[in-house]
Design a binder for this molecule. Structure first.
Ligand SMILES: *Cc1c(COP(=O)(O)O)cnc(C)c1O
Length: 408
């Protein structure tokens, strides 16, 4: 199956019992079983079935299966938000004293999270650029995970998954990729050696900006060494599914960051048009980036532009498609604000992956809790505007930016 066909038909064929073409929304908190023995079996993973929606639910399950298949993983666990997915993907394998290696260009919330984790004895070493060399240099005996965004938001730096995963694997460490901005439309990170993929499915997967959610997908390929990851010992019996089994039976369930069935439904519906939307979004982003390049005294950053340092990698990994985010440096904070305020169509909002164009001054909002040093490393400058392109007609978007730029 090709991508758009897979979005509709892979791991989903409607509901046999009713003929419904969409997943039903099952909002029951509890699921009765015919006998105490059966409920015991379900609780102990000895029989299929549902017990309680914090642990599993048919509507959420349907969404998880579709994403797992789309990412070519062996399974997935959906979460209440992208941040919950990032947090759980790591806490599932970490303990006090452990270290994470991460890119410094991460999403602001993730950088804040890594600061929060310090109180629990988990520290993060940041690489300005995530490469095989920078990661190898930072690895110590305590390193338990390499975590990076595939296309940094909003730094827009692209990671070479193959070489970074090889560097991590050679030291027995998994590579966890936040693929939110790339989406399965651009790439399946497992094909290049990533071990775990997380998405903020609030963004492109949902597509309509109508539900917060996240998801963790496991490739099943990483060989967990129990002496390094002692928490997995109990789950070794699940073989390839050990990581996911630990997650679902452990911290994810106990923290209680499950996805609401209604939001899983909204994501499943949104997912079906991911290919069409991304095709349009990538086209629009390139169109606007090419126009903005012609504006004097402004700098545009988009990975699919020929002068981007990530152009070759974008061609190699994403078939030349650059995703749906671009950034513009207006010259000063004042000019950036004025430009933003003069746009007619773009919403001034902190989100990405909506069908409508969204703009934000990142330094004063998403990165307001970051230090100057952190902002610098994340490529967040005082004059930077992040544009999350929408599906509007490109001529209208270009005209809108043209008139707003003229005013400043
Ligand atoms: C938005 C985002 C997150 C956090 O997701 P939420 O659904 O808002 O919790 C994590 N990583 C990236 C790259 C994001 O863009």
């Amino acid at each position: 199956m090709n991508f758009n066909t897979a979005l509709l038909h892979q791991s989903f064929g409607g509901e046999k019992s009713t003929g419904a073409t969409l997943t039903s929304i099952c909002t029951s908190s509890a699921f009765a079983q015919p006998s105490a023995e059966r409920l015991e079996a379900v609780f102990n993973n000895k029989a299929p079935g549902y017990a309680y929606t914090r642990i599993s639910n048919p509507t959420v399950d349907a969404f998880e299966r579709r994403i797992a298949a789309l990412e070519k993983g062996i399974g997935a666990v959906a979460c209440s938000s992208g941040m919950a997915a990032v947090t759980m993907s790591l806490l599932n394998i970490l303990q006090a004293g452990d270290e994470i290696i991460a890119g410094s260009g991460l999403f602001g919330g993730t950088i804040d999270l890594f600061t929060d984790l310090e109180a629990f004895g988990i520290t993060t070493k940041f690489a300005e650029e995530v490469t095989a060399e920078s990661v190898s240099e930072l690895i110590t005996d305590k390193t338990k995970a390499v975590f990076t965004e595939l296309i940094g938001n909003p730094k827009l730096d692209v990671v070479d998954i193959k070489s970074v995963s090889e560097a991590a694997h050679s030291r027995g460490i998994p590579l966890i990729i936040d693929s939110t901005t790339a989406t399965p439309y651009l790439i399946n990170p497992f094909d290049y050696g990533a071990d775990i993929v997380v998405h903020s499915s609030s963004k492109y997967i949902n597509g309509g900006g109508n539900a917060i959610s996240g998801i963790i997908v496991d490739s099943g390929n990483f060989k967990w060494d129990i002496s390094r990851y002692p928490g997995l010992a109990e789950y070794e019996k699940y073989g390839k599914l050990a990581y996911l089994a630990k997650l679902r039976n452990g911290i994810w369930r106990n923290v209680g960051c499950c996805l609401a069935p209604m939001n899983a439904f909204l994501n499943s519906v949104g997912l079906e048009t991911l290919g069409l939307r991304m095709e349009r979004l990538c086209e629009n982003a390139l169109g606007l980036a090419e126009f903005l390049k012609t504006v004097p005294d402004m700098q545009v950053n988009y990975p699919a532009l020929a002068d981007s340092p990530y152009y070759e990698l974008t061609k190699k990994q994403f078939g030349g498609r650059g995703g749906a985010i671009l950034t513009l440096r207006a010259g000063s904070k004042e000019k950036a604000f004025k430009l933003i305020n003069n746009l007619k169509y773009a919403c001034i909002a902190t989100n990405i992956g909506d069908v409508r164009t969204l703009v934000i001054h990142a330094a004063s909002t998403i990165y307001t809790h970051s230090s100057e040093q952190q902002k610098q490393s994340a490529g967040v400058y005082d004059d930077l505007i992040r544009i999350s392109i929408g599906i509007e007609d490109i001529d209208d978007l270009i005209e809108d930016f043209r008139q707003a730029i003229e005013k400043i």
